[in-house]
Design a binder for this molecule. Structure first.
Ligand SMILES: NC(=O)c1ccc[n+]([C@@H]2O[C@H](COP(=O)([O-])OP(=O)(O)OC[C@H]3O[C@@H](n4cnc5c(N)ncnc54)[C@H](O)[C@@H]3O)[C@@H](O)[C@H]2O)c1
Length: 452
């Protein structure tokens, strides 16, 4: 198939689409293309997901506006169906790949899912089809992994027997559909003409800029934008600890810093989680592995952000001591296990690191999370017999929590606020021993010990 024919098929919605990997990203993408009139086949290896999706039920359990209704609609209309059968891809004109791309404990990309999907796709790939990797990948992956696997497995050459692109996703759980529509995208093609064909495809769902580029630029933009976010959050976290030590309030400091031109200080907090931000900086770093580029800022920022749940434990120890308790042998209520407010996504949850550290100190932990099925239930019942509480995620139900009722069931009125959710002045006035990220420990400042 010539590219001009593919473009015509896109414009007439006759192009048959497939999405491999129906997770947080692939499922909304598949549903949105189906809504605009394309026939979409989803390939997913988890049988329970396939079953749920074919019943029109979204497996994403967090608060995801519009997702349940959209999925039910497109499945009922026969525009989207899920399967675990790769041979069913043989009539697909366009195949998007949205599988997970984590890193291991040594920060090396784990491409098992990506390689498996490419290996299974290649032998059944339709002649002239367009394959687009939407997963986040280390710079160089298109050239070194995707291209050889597809050429080798299909027996065809890129730009002759098939076309290949990289169009990384920018969505965030909680806003998946809105993000897909409204956020701009970089569209990296194997040639400028392929990028142009990709632009006409994404124009069907995206109402923002679509910037045609080459592969390496697309790979770099995605990993750099997430590394940027991680570095900025690390800066905010370091400033938060400076403020705590000096009796300043990082939230006030940040507000006023951001009045200065060109300053956009990020939000500090109890840790950075999710599938993307903790690993995408490592994907970027992997892209220059062995090339002699001295990386200092990116690894340091990762360390700062990974240290935040441990800092929460220090704050808790301090609060408990002031309240007359101690951490060893204490039972701690931890509010929030997802990595993001109002989401069920627990990947790389900062709470996991907190729980591990608490266990090492001899404390036991009761976790509550209204969005994570394992930890749902009545919060006050969970709090019974606990010594203190830690807020790790700013889920909406925690905003309206009856703090007086919580205080009444805790053994000590000690609370650590990891997300600046509560009014520290009001809590202290109500008798809480309060600690918060970036908040002064007590009402008086603590001068440091050096002479000026
Ligand atoms: N989650 C986000 O907010 C987000 C945002 C932007 C980009 N991304 C990137 O998008 C990609 C996907 O992320 P996600 O959060 O959707 O991951 P996910 O784990 O939610 O979804 C991946 C899906 O792919 C399936 N899968 C794995 N191997 C497969 C195979 N061989 N064949 C078919 N299906 C297979 C898994 O079972 C899973 O359902 C990642 O590269 C991620 O970095 C994610």
């Amino acid at each position: 198939m010539e590219l001009s024919e593919l473009k015509n098929k896109i414009e007439s919605r006759e192009a048959r689409l497939a999405v491999i990997g129906l997770g947080y990203v692939g499922l909304p993408v598949a549903a949105m293309f189906a809504e605009t009139g394309f026939d979409v086949l989803g390939i997913e290896i988890k049988p329970d997901r396939v079953q749920k999706i074919n019943a029109g039920v979204s497996p994403i359990e967090g608060d995801e506006p519009g997702m349940d209704e959209l999925l039910a609609k497109v499945v009922k209309a026969g525009k989207l169906r899920a399967s675990d059968s790769y041979p069913a891809l043989s009539d697909r004109d366009i195949v998007l790949i949205d599988v997970e791309t984590p890193v291991d404990d040594h920060h090396i990309p784990r491409y098992e899912a990506l390689k498996a999907s490419l290996r299974s796709l290649a032998p059944v790939l339709k002649k002239g089809a367009l394959v687009i990797i939407e997963s986040t990948i280390a710079p160089g992956t298109m050239q070194k992994v995707a291209l050889p696997l597809l050429e080798g497995g299909s027996g065809r050459k890129v730009n002759q027997g098939f076309y290949l692109g990289n169009c990384p996703e920018r969505v965030m759980p909680g806003k998946l559909l809105a993000n897909l529509r409204s956020l701009s995208r970089v569209v990296g093609g194997s040639t400028p003409q392929v990028a142009e064909a990709m632009v006409s495809l994404y124009r069907c769902i995206v109402q923002a800029d679509l910037d045609p580029v080459d592969w390496i630029t697309a790979e770099l933009v995605k990993t750099v934008e997430n590394a940027y976010r991680d570095v900025q959050i690390a800066f905010a976290n370091e400033v938060a600890m400076i403020c705590e030590a000096l009796g300043g309030d990082v939230w006030k400091v940040r507000e006023l810093v951001n009045k200065s031109p060109y300053r956009q200080m990020h939000l500090p907090g109890a840790g950075v989680g999710g599938h993307c931000i903790p690993k995408d900086p490592w994907l970027l770093a992997y892209g220059v592995e062995g090339l002699g580029v001295p990386l200092r800022l990116i690894p340091t920022s990762r360390a700062v952000n990974d240290g935040m749940p441990l800092h929460v434990v220090d704050l808790l120890e301090d609060a408990l001591a002031e309240a007359g308790g101690s951490l060893a042998g204490a039972r701690i209520l931890v509010m929030g296990y997802a990595y993001l407010e109002n989401s069920d996504d627990t990947r790389n949850s900062p709470t996991q690191a907190l729980v591990e550290r608490l266990s090492q100190t001899g404390a036991s932990v009761v976790v509550h999370d209204p969005f994570v099925s394992e930890y749902q239930g009545d919060l006050l019942s969970a709090a019974q017999g606990c010594d203190a509480a830690v807020l790790m995620v700013a889920h909406t139900p925690y905003k309206t929590l009856d703090l007086a009722a919580l205080k009444a069931v805790l053994r000590h009125p000690a609370l650590v606020d990891g997300r600046n959710l509560y009014d520290s002045t009001a809590l202290r006035a109500a008798g809480w021993v309060y600690r918060g990220i970036g908040k002064p420990a007590a009402l008086s400042a603590q001068p440091n010990q050096v002479s000026y």
